[in-house]
Design a protein around this ligand. Structure first.
Ligand code: GDD
Ligand code: MN
Length: 386
């Protein structure tokens, strides 16, 4: 585009410097912080980073899952005053690992740290981690609660301590590197490593470090630095019972390589639970003297509703439907299951005609219908793209 005559005059006088001077180089270190309801913590974290990272070109990326407490708005207010602060707001999504991955992929900095937004991680470790990665001592620097002077004092109770240690034991089997705290959510890696592992990450659950280590084609060289896991600054922990289930699913997905999808497995388990619900309701209604056809219809509908809600809570925990979207989801789910049922009948009938084996025909029809249901509902009920 041609420059208007007046503009070049302004440029000539107001910005006499060499071309290119206006560009400020990007950050050397990006700190990625997944957040959910951390509005009381983000400003303090930025302030502390500014102190400990003095002299380093850094930026911070908060990846917020649309927290109802307005975390994203707080971050944007900070960002208006300080260009080192950035915010990614994800809508209709949940998940610590997947949020961290999105933050990691959003930056061009050569070094990337991941840390919590609740001030439990000791930011004073960041310059040391950066130093070790810069001089090539390792590909990955992990802040550990379990070595030397490290301390897991901030874990809420004894059950959390035991779980944390047991989880670490399991993970060591998988990642083939002897690291004391694979469950740590505080670590730093090079952009190179991040690029290499990105296509293989599962993003399920909260154990992003295990995901990264298990996704690397060769064992990563790691250095661990001890720190004291502090009690939470404000707000509360988001991790719950499902966190353990998600952790086991992550391990299963990693162990089986590319051939296992945790979502398909959960969908199958929920489907199996639906068979039990169906039969139980049928038995109960018949016991109360219901007519058979009416009882079968009621049992089938109950099983569909139960399947929908279980899938919504478990299988699609990261993109759960709520409010009216859940109602609409239930309707599409039931309609698509109806399509699945028709296909089930058609496949079973053809298989039976071909083989005369009722069990083969029955299982064949059910498996094809289940896969079809999985594909259709994941796209049209939970809006996922492949
Ligand atoms: N974007 C996003 N989405 N962030 C989340 C979500 C989510 O669904 N759930 C939690 N977070 C954020 C929190 O806001 C916090 O910044 C960080 O992830 C850790 O979550 P906490 O809820 O504070 O977890 P914790 O203290 O119980 O768990 C800590 O210990 C684990 C090991 O035992 C964390 O350090 C984990 O990273 C660590 O794996
Ligand atoms: Mn925490």
């Amino acid at each position: 585009m041609a420059t208007p005559p007046g503009a070049s005059a302004i440029l000539d006088t107001a910005a006499p410097a060499a071309p290119g001077e206006a560009a400020t180089p990007g950050a050397e270190l990006c700190v990625v912080v997944p957040t959910f309801n951390e509005s009381g913590n983000v400003a303090v974290l930025v302030e502390r980073l500014a102190e400990v990272l003095a002299g380093i070109a850094w930026e911070i990326v908060f990846v917020d899952d649309d927290s109802p407490d307005g975390t994203a708005e707080r971050v944007r207010a900070l960002a208006r005053r300080d260009r080192r602060v950035r915010c990614i707001r994800r809508v209709g999504r949940r998940g610590l690992s997947s949020a961290s991955i999105e933050g990691i992929l959003s930056t061009s900095a050569p070094f990337i740290a991941v840390m919590d937004g609740d001030l439990q991680h000791d930011e004073a470790l960041l310059p040391q981690m950066l130093g070790r990665l810069r001089d090539g001592a390792a590909e990955l620097a992990v802040a550990s609660r379990y070595i030397e002077s490290g301390d897991a004092g901030g874990l809420a109770n004894r059950r959390r301590h035991r779980l944390s240690r047991a989880g670490a034991g399991l993970a060591r089997l998988l990642i083939k590197t002897d690291i004391s705290d694979p469950g740590s959510g505080f670590f730093m890696l090079s952009r190179e490593v991040a690029n290499r592992v990105a296509p293989h990450l599962s993003g399920v659950g909260t154990k992003i470090l295990i995901d990264i280590m298990a996704s690397s084609p060769h064992p990563l060289s790691v250095i661990e630095l001890p720190y004291r896991f502090r009690p939470r600054h404000s707000g509360e922990s988001k991790l719950d019972t499902f966190t353990v289930l998600e952790y086991l699913l992550l391990l299963a997905e990693k162990i089986s390589g590319r051939y296992f999808s945790h979502k398909l497995l959960l969908f199958g388990l929920v489907g199996a639970s639906g068979v039990v619900v169906n039969l139980a309701v049928l038995r109960l209604l018949l016991a109360f003297g219901a007519r058979f056809t009416a009882a079968v219809v009621a049992a089938t509908v109950t099983a569909m509703v139960s399947n929908f809600f279980l899938n919504n809570i478990l299988t699609y925990r990261d993109s759960r439907l709520v409010g009216w979207r859940a109602v609409r989801g239930l309707v599409t789910f039931m309609a698509l299951c109806g399509v699945g049922a028709l296909v089930n009948v058609a496949v079973a009938r053809d298989l039976y005609a071909a083989t005369r084996l009722w069990l083969v025909a029955g299982i064949g029809g059910a498996v094809v219908a289940a896969l079809l249901n999985y594909g259709l509902t994941s796209m049209f009920t939970w809006g996922r793209r492949f």
